[in-house]
Each structure stands twice: as structure tokens, then as C-alpha cells.
Design a binder for this molecule. Structure first.
Ligand code: AMP
Ligand code: ZN
Length: 474
């Protein structure tokens, strides 16, 4: 079954034909590690993890190389490192900060069911490769040096802008905001910039400095995947300028027609209908959400929407996801002989540009068969019906595993909203008791019981106050 992937380069679903089927190569731009990752950052990690799993299924585990880099040098990192590690030398301070932050990131995404990529290179360990690419670009007339900076000269590349398909005017308008005096053209972008003494820096032919952001990915993809590779991914915000500039650097340095054959971009995530931002108070780190929800529920919720569509992350959606996932797992748990069986329906959905919502629809269908819902009590012999149910359960279990879910039932974690509601009702009940309004306190106890909450009252020996503990029995 052929795999088709939507390619931002061609604006259509292209047949996926690997350069080398024995080594399918994918690069995804990874996190800039200075703080906890937010749930929006989790989207590309989950989406490309599903693609990694699918490619491993199709081409074999040993034949897929997935590189997801770590951006561990960046001005936001520098500022945070100076604040948090003021006594360290700049390069040591950023290392300190990025090691801690990356360890947290890895922990978060592991809980979201993501496999470790084959390689997770750090930008700061690829300075030599970056310098080598910049030297090639300068030698080829695609870059120049000015005031300690190395800059890519955009007019020196005939088809710059082919990925983003932006008009030159649009790009110029964006570039003109603040044009540095040393730029020959407003669109020229930084490959290397000088560092002050208190900033992290490395020796280079152009003086002590640090890399621009885009050159990092050209260097790391080159080192680990070669001059050209199969798939390059990231969020849709990276199309321009980041991926456009990566393409310019890599193609001009290696004199190739493409950097990667297919560029894939995931849509953005919003929270409860609004752009996620700290000022709106709807900014959630993966860590915070994991306190309230199992990682698998967060993952499932992400996959209910097609990766290219925008996604609205809501508590309601999470509750729905938890219910569907529990339903699937309960169905699988009813069968004792589960060894897994490939579901052609699920594979064909995923092969159509990673259509996870269609895969979930197919899983729902398998679930109905396995739970006997579709049994019409008619002609089929009971043994055939049972066989059909068992086969569907095996396919469902296989699909869960393929998408990165376990088939074991999770312990239910309660949402923050639910816990807040319980706390408020218990407080109201204690108030009612203090006011000797026993009818009201009994009513509240019943309301909590209807939610599955069982209360236990006990007198605090020190204060003499009644305290209430609770648990959920479902
Ligand atoms: P950053 O650390 O900001 O460079 O982002 C890391 C990755 O997360 C990139 O691939 C971004 O495109 C992606 N990303 C950031 N915010 C969101 C969001 N709200 N929704 C989806 N992807 C996002
Ligand atoms: Zn990148």
C-alpha cells in the first residue's frame, strides 16, 4: 500500500518514495530548550512520532533514521542562563540550563508515548559542521562577511522562496523592519554573529561568535542524514523563514536541487478557542497537564485531529478522548487471546497523509465488531461470530500499539476541573453543617455521591474541627 504525504514544496499529496528504502531519513526541528515545553510544542513531537512508527512498520525498524535536534544556543537561552547561572562561564552556563531543560523535555514526551528518535543532536556539538557549510557558501558566492557577521546573500539564489511561495514584496516587507547596516540586501540573513565576552561564543574564521538559528539545522541534518534526505518536518510557523533558509543554505552549499524531498508541517494548537499565551492565562506546559491527565489521553486527543488542521485543545475534548481510549482498552481486555493482527483499514488511513482521525474511525468500527454491537443475531454461527469479534479485538489492539498506546487500562486520573468542583461542594457542605442546615448538607453529600465521590468525616484531634476526606468509587 503506497504512502502519500502532503508536501509543502508541491502543495499536494505526493507518493512517498524513499531515496534509499534501507535507510529512510527524517529530520524534525526540535525544541529550543530554556523552559518547560508547552502543549503546542508537543504537537510536532507526537505527529512525527506517529510517522516514525508508521515508517518503521513499513520499512522495518532498522531502516529508518529519525533525527530531532536540540537547539541549545539561542539568545533566549543565553539570557536565562545568565540569570540562573551567573557564576558560570557563558558556554558552561548554557550547557547547565539546556541539560536540565532537555532532561525535562525528554521525560515529558516519553510520558506522551513518544519513542526516542534515532539521534538527538545538539547544536553546540556541531559548530565545526556549521563553519564548514558557511565556508562553502562564502566560497561559492552565496554568503559574505561583514563586521564579524557571516550573512547569506538571498539575491545570490535564483529560486529563494520556493517553499513559502511568498512574493518578493511580502518577504521584503518582513525583512525591512530593522535592517542592519552591514546587510547588502534587506533579506540577507545571519549565518554567524559575533559574541561579546559575556555571551557564549566559539572561535571561527570570522572571530569569536555563535551561529544563527537556521544554520544549525543545515549542519545537523547534513552530519546525520547527508546532503539530501527524505522528510523534513516541523510546525507550520517554521515554513518561513526557518525552513526556507535551511533549504537555501543546504542547497547552495551542496549544489543540490533539494534539501529534503518532502517538507511536512503540522497546524497550530489553540486552547479553548484562543491562541495560547501567558497573558491570557491559557498557557499550559506538558508537565502541568500531565498532573491532571494520563499522557496517553493527551496523545489521543492530539491524534483526533488531522495533523495539518488547526487543533482546539479543550477539557471537553480531553474527557472525550479519555472515554474513547478507556472504551477501546476495556474491549481488548475482554479477550484472553490477544496477539495483535494488522488492520488494513488503519494502515490505509495512515497511509493517506497520516489521517489519524480516519484511523480512529476505523478503530471505532473494530471496537463495535469486537463488542458484539454489530451482531445481528442472524444467520452466522455463534463460533463464527466469536471468531469475528476476536479478530476485530486483535486488530484494535494492534492499532493501539502502532499509534503508541498500551492496551492496558489506565488508572483514571481526575481532571483539575473535577477536583475543584469536588472541593467546592465539600466546603459548601461543611458550611451548611456549621450552620446546622442538615437538609442542605445531606443534599450536597448526595450530589457528590452521584458524581461517584464517597466522603469520610473525621474529627481533627488538635483543632476539634470536622475534616472531610474523599475518594472516587466508580
Ligand atoms: P519552538 O521551541 O518555539 O521553536 O517550537 C518547537 C516546535 O513546536 C516547532 O516545530 C513549532 O512549530 C512547534 N509549535 C510551537 N507552538 C506551537 C503550537 N501552538 N501549536 C503547534 N505547534 C507549535
Ligand atoms: Zn530547523
Amino acid at each position: 500500500m503506497g504512502l502519500k504525504l502532503y508536501n509543502t514544496l508541491t502543495r499536494q499529496k505526493d507518493d512517498f518514495v524513499p531515496i534509499d528504502a534501507n535507510n529512510v531519513r527524517m529530520y524534525v526541528c526540535g525544541p529550543t530548550v530554556y523552559d518547560f515545553a508547552h502543549i503546542g510544542n508537543a504537537r510536532p513531537v507526537i505527529v512525527f512520532d506517529v510517522l516514525f512508527r508508521l515508517l518503521r512498520h513499513v520499512y522495518g525498524e532498522a531502516h529508518v533514521t529519525y533525527v530531532r535536534n536540540i537547539t541549545d544556543v539561542d539568545d533566549k537561552i543565553n539570557a536565562r542562563a545568565m540569570r540562573d547561572y551567573p557564576n558560570d562561564k557563558p558556554v558552561e552556563a548554557i550547557r547547565h540550563l539546556t541539560e536540565t531543560t532537555y532532561a525535562q523535555f525528554e521525560k515529558d514526551v516519553t510520558e506522551l508515548g513518544c519513542l526516542k528518535p534515532t539521534v538527538t543532536p545538539r547544536a553546540t556539538e556541531h559548530i565545526a559542521e556549521m563553519i564548514a557549510i558557511i565556508e562553502r557558501l562564502i566560497a561559492g558566492g552565496h554568503a559574505y562577511v561583514a563586521e564579524g557577521h557571516a550573512l547569506f546573500h538571498v539575491p545570490a539564489m535564483a529560486d529563494y522562496g520556493a517553499l513559502a511561495r511568498r512574493s518578493l514584496d511580502d518577504m521584503m516587507a518582513g525583512a525591512r523592519v530593522e535592517v542592519a547596516p552591514y546587510k547588502r540586501d534587506p533579506m540577507d540573513f545571519v549565518l554567524w554573529k559575533p559574541s561579546k565576552d559575556d555571551e557564549p561564543g566559539w572561535d571561527s574564521p570570522w572571530g569569536r561568535g555563535r551561529p544563527g538559528w537556521h544554520i544549525e539545522c543545515s549542519a545537523m541534518s547534513w552530519k546525520h542524514l547527508g546532503e539530501t534526505f527524505d522528510i523534513h518536518g516541523g510546525g507550520v510557523d517554521l515554513v518561513f523563514p526557518h525552513h526556507e533558509n535551511e533549504i537555501a543554505q543546504s542547497r547552495c552549499a551542496f549544489h543540490r536541487d533539494v534539501m529534503a524531498n518532502i517538507f511536512m508541517h503540522n497546524g497550530f494548537l489553540q486552547v479553548e478557542g484562543e491562541k495560547m499565551s501567558k497573558s491570557l492565562g491559557n498557557f499550559f506546559t506538558i508537565r502541568e497537564l500531565l498532573n491532571d491527565w494520563p499522557g496517553e489521553v493527551l496523545r489521543f486527543n492530539m491524534l483526533k485531529t488531522h495533523y495539518r488542521a488547526p487543533i482546539d485543545f479543550t477539557v471537553r475534548g480531553l474527557e472525550e478522548s479519555a472515554a474513547i481510549l478507556t472504551k477501546f482498552k476495556k474491549t481488548v481486555a475482554k479477550f484472553s487471546r490477544i496477539s495483535g493482527m494488522e488492520s488494513v483499514g488503519v494502515i490505509s488511513a495512515l497511509s493517506d497523509d497520516l489521517n489519524t482521525p480516519a484511523a480512529i474511525t476505523e478503530m471505532n468500527h473494530l471496537n463495535s465488531i469486537a463488542s458484539g454491537v454489530t451482531y445481528d443475531g442472524g444467520a452466522a454461527k455463534l463460533s463464527e461470530v466469536l471468531e469475528r469479534e476476536e479478530e476485530a479485538a486483535n486488530k484494535l489492539a494492534w492499532a493501539l500499539k502502532l499509534l503508541g498506546f498500551s492496551t492496558q487500562e489506565n488508572k483514571v486520573t481526575l481532571s483539575a476541573e473535577f477536583r475543584n468542583q469536588v472541593t467546592a461542594l465539600i466546603a459548601a457542605r461543611l458550611e451548611a453543617r456549621k450552620a446546622r442546615n442538615f437538609a442542605e448538607s445531606d443534599r450536597l453529600r448526595d450530589e457528590l455521591a452521584a458524581m461517584g465521590v464517597v466522603l469520610k468525616d473525621a474529627k481533627n484531634k488538635d483543632t476539634g474541627e470536622i475534616e472531610t476526606t474523599w475518594e472516587v468509587k466508580r
